[in-house]
Design a protein. Structure first.
Lengths: 375, 357
């Protein structure tokens, strides 16, 4: 039982801290500005090239094969330095590693991990949100290829993606969960129209919607077997729900540290309710850091793809929204001019209880899969 | 960093769980079963768990805050009606004062100021103001701090006999002004203010662990009821409105486990100011969560949950006492902020806005 660093972890931490000191790109908090999303690829590649990204993934796909707890150190040091969080794509890596064959893993994972090839995730559709299995995007076999027709939405980074991890219906004749398959679809080809979505805090570079009108994907790019798409989606979503996978601890801690700095600089300017909200944000962000320590330690016994991710997602949501409330209380809602306002931090936090599966769905999963309540 | 429990720690947790499950009260009526309670008390006395903070040859405790927390959590989960927190803190104070352990067979506890926010302090002789001894079942004396120029010595207040209070599993006893405080013999050193800070951190951590256990017990109780109780022809646990209440309770409890584990580790692994900050942060989360989780357990039980015969209020009452020991939500939040350099004179006690979302 040890929350502190081992000698090897301490050495890694010192090396990382020195590197961040020289290489912090000084991007704005990710939730507030398109500049962050524009600069994210370069930050990802710089982190990877310096040996600080993809730490826990296998060496043969570009990772470093380190214990998963090293990611905690990365998050802590990025937060302490006010540097941007690590890119969140571990859930895609887990999905491909778990379901793809050797050829798929070798072809796709190294570029994903290094940040040289950018990916988006084509799951949700306008009529398939929480009920994801009802999705209608079709993949129809034509020789050695599939032809795609459909409409995806909430597709992060679709504007810059080289590849889309696409969930599509390959067999409309079987029950809805069984007719889905997953593909690595090349995004740079005719028949794909991409439109940005403008979020409530004004950012446009994170989410997009994509219309597929006949783009083609080689049959060899199917990830997993025909009909395995739903299980792959569940693997990805279970990991997308884990704060340890997403690296958000660093983002929350950075916001909290900035707010603490504001209040310390002029304590007389803030009243009880503002200070109380800030106190809860401190507690919540630190709770999540410690919870991630616990979860990533459990992974030393082997990775599971269980329903516990829903507990983590609900905790993460509680944290993001408590931090959002503190940003609103301390920073104020009076102005929304410029890229990097506290109001934007707050507004962005509302999405956390929806993205990756709504809080309502997570509660259903916790109740039925963990507490064993009847359906 | 590897916060998994060691095999020895898992074994300790399992044996505490077994004792709590076998001998703890399974129903409100069993709280009056003296034969059962005596067996539980004897099992805990024989286990050596109350002596985990007694010193080894080099003065360090026999076991760390983590082991203390594991036992406290399981005893809290099983609503164990036998002293643990009080004797553990008494042993820790004796260790810090380099005083010999309490005589074998004697259960010694500690006294708090009336609002339970801190250990009681008084001179030797007649107690000048009132105090409250916790965990008085079977205990014969309670330690109080005796301030000196450079720290604190220990005194022992005689208990009046009997106990009462809101927690039906851990009675407390009011110590009236004038209660005799005798010096504890053979103290080897003064307890420094820093050492006392460490003791407060340990006290907060062990109350957090008890709260985590109480929450786990409450979630188990309410989930079990939701699977059995039928309305509209189906189990009420099949309704999403009920499911979401219980899911939120479990989620708050899991967050509590993470902060409480860290606080228990920090009590020995970090310097006292950092240990105190970690413990206060854990206490803020655990106190807020525990009240809501126990309230949820009452709500899920419906009308039955509001009757004396339902165990849900026993969980809530135990949580309320653990919350007050060394300070609950508001004082803990103030400590967290103070550690971050924000010293606010404003009262941060819990208000309606602090319920778990």
């Amino acid at each position: 039982m040890q929350f502190g660093d081992s000698p090897d972890e301490g050495a890694f931490r010192r090396e990382l801290r020195a590197w961040i000191g020289d290489n912090n790109p000084g991007l704005p908090t990710s939730s507030t500005s398109d500049d962050y999303w524009t600069g994210q690829a370069a930050w990802h590649q710089a982190l990877y090239d310096a040996g600080f990204f993809g730490l826990s993934w296998p060496a043969e796909v570009g990772g470093r094969g380190l214990p998963s707890v090293y990611d905690v150190i990365v998050d802590e040091e990025l937060a302490a330095a006010g540097a941007p969080p690590r890119p969140s794509l571990g859930y895609l890596v887990h999905g491909i590693l778990e379901h793809g064959n050797d050829d798929i893993r070798r072809r796709f994972v190294p570029g994903l991990v290094s940040g040289r090839e950018r990916w988006c995730q084509g799951f949700s559709e306008p009529d398939a949100g929480s009920d994801l299995a009802s999705l209608r995007t079709r993949a129809e076999r034509d020789g050695n290829e599939y032809v795609i027709t459909g409409h995806k939405v909430w597709t992060s980074h679709s504007d810059v993606a080289d590849w889309c991890l696409l969930l599509a219906r390959t067999d409309p004749s079987v029950p809805k969960h069984k007719g889905l398959s997953a593909f690595a679809l090349p995004m740079r080809q005719p028949g794909i129209e991409q439109r940005p979505l403008r979020m409530i805090n004004g950012i446009t570079k994170e989410f997009g919607e994509v219309v597929f009108d006949g783009p083609r994907v080689p049959a060899a790019n199917m990830i997993g077997q025909p009909g395995e798409g739903w299980r792959l989606a569940m693997t990805i979503l279970s990991h997308e729900r884990e704060p340890g996978e997403l690296g958000y601890v660093a983002r929350y801690t950075k916001v909290v540290n900035d707010l603490v700095g504001l209040v310390r600089a002029d304590p007389a300017a803030y009243g009880t309710e503002q200070v109380r909200d800030l106190g809860w944000a401190v507690v919540e962000a630190e709770m999540l850091r410690l919870h991630v320590c616990r979860r990533l330690s459990d992974r030393l016994d082997g990775i599971s793809h269980g329903p516990e991710g829903s507990v983590d997602k609900l905790l993460m949501t509680s944290v993001e929204q408590a931090v959002g409330h503190a940003a609103l209380a301390v920073g104020g809602a009076a102005h929304d001019d410029g890229d990097d306002t506290w109001l934007k931090v707050y507004l962005y936090s509302r999405a956390q209880s929806v993205m990756g599966g709504t809080s309502q769905i997570q509660r259903n999963l916790v109740a039925t899969r963990i507490l064993g309540l009847p359906t | 960093m590897d916060v998994r429990l060691s095999p020895e720690q898992r074994a300790l947790r399992d044996s505490a769980a077994q004792v709590a499950d076998r001998l703890g009260p399974q129903a409100v009526g069993q709280l009056d079963d003296r034969e059962r309670a005596a067996k539980l008390d004897a099992a805990v006395a024989a286990s050596g768990w109350r002596e985990l903070r007694t010193p080894t040859d080099d003065g360090t405790p026999l076991a760390s805050g983590v082991e203390v927390g594991l036992v406290a959590e399981e005893l809290g989960r099983g609503l164990a009606d036998t002293p643990f927190v009080g004797p553990t803190l008494a042993a820790e104070l004796r260790r810090l004062a380099a005083a010999p352990p309490a005589p074998a067979g004697v259960v010694e506890t500690v006294a708090f100021v009336p609002d339970l926010g801190a250990l009681a302090a008084a001179g030797v002789g007649a107690l000048p103001t009132s105090a409250v001894a916790i965990d008085v079942l079977g205990a014969s004396s309670a330690l109080v701090l005796v301030p000196s120029d450079d720290g604190f010595a220990l005194g022992a207040a005689t208990l009046p006999g009997g106990g009462t209070g809101s927690d039906l599993t851990r009675p407390v006893a009011a110590l009236a002004p004038g209660t005799n405080v005798a010096p504890v013999p053979d103290q080897g050193r003064v307890i420094s203010p820093a050492a006392l800070t460490g003791c407060t951190a340990l006290g907060l951590a062990v109350t957090c662990a008890d709260l985590v256990g109480t929450m786990r017990g409450a979630v188990d109780l309410a989930s079990g009821y939701a699977k059995e109780r039928r309305q509209y022809g189906v189990a009420i646990g099949s309704f999403q409105a009920v499911q979401h209440l219980l899911a939120d309770a479990l989620v708050a409890t899991e967050g509590a486990r993470s902060v409480a584990l860290h606080a228990a580790w920090a009590a020995d692994a970090l310097a006292p100011p950092e240990a105190l900050a970690a413990a206060a942060l854990a206490k803020a989360w655990c106190s807020r969560a525990a009240r809501t989780v126990c309230e949820t357990a009452i709500q899920v039980h419906g009308g039955i949950g509001n009757t004396w015969e339902c165990l849900a209020h026993v969980h809530l009452r135990r949580a309320l006492l653990s919350t007050d020991l060394f300070g609950g939500t508001g004082p803990s939040l103030a400590r967290v902020l103070a550690h971050r350099g924000i010293h606010d004179e404003i009262d941060l006690r819990i208000g309606a806005s602090d319920a778990v979302r």
